[in-house]
Write a protein that binds this ligand. Sequence first.
Ligand SMILES: [Zn+2]
Length: 261
Amino acid sequence: MDTPGWVDTHCHLDDPAYDEDRDAVVLRAERAGVRRVVVPGVDPASWDRARRCRDRFPGLVRLAFGLHPWALRGLDAAAWSRAIDALPGALGDGALAVGECGLDGRIAREGGPSLEEQAKVLSAQLDVAQAFGLPVILHAVRAHGALLSLLKARGVPVPGALHSYSGPAELLPELVRLGLYVSFGGQVTNPKATKVHKAVRLTPAARLLVESDGPDQPPFPRVSARSEPADVARLAGVMAELRGSGWEDPAAALFGSALSA
Ligand SMILES: [Zn+2]
């Protein structure tokens, strides 16, 4: 029988930031009790890199494929449409979710694709996820209200994970009702991230996930320029402290999630 262990529900282990020492990163993860790492591809080039990670660490890595809003910055409409067309074929290679996809209000304000353009690409991916019966891995930055409206307008549940949640705690009940899990990374260790701490407290225990968001969220105090899967055990401990109680067996909760199936 499997022993419980941690799931890092979001790590870009394919990222070049790990090229120098990926084997050592994985060894540290395994020593820290991490049993699964979900690697969400963000564009077709990263889908290939993610597959190579899975082939090197087949017991550990689980794949998802999607088109991240940041990836749209370098693509015209024809190119992203081709990527969406390629998505069903990619998913056939053992993917457990569609993503990473979502809405990013910051890049929209900084001259990147507008939220309307991002919403079109996201909706196309939600359609694929629904057709395949797969959960989604969602990215939302300064666009949580828009994301919630888009998801609600579909009129069907949207199972999946909202990663690195930074939105208002007030939206959590509706997001959870839609079928989403809510995931938190290194920001939980930031003493100033009071909004994130509140969201950690108010997410139902059965819908709470932990992630490294590697390499992007080095925990505080900053001893490394990047985060990595081994961090999730400590992050989960911080989340349990923030909650006071009620998350005594996080590994079981994580393994019960749609993403670790
Ligand atoms: Zn990501």
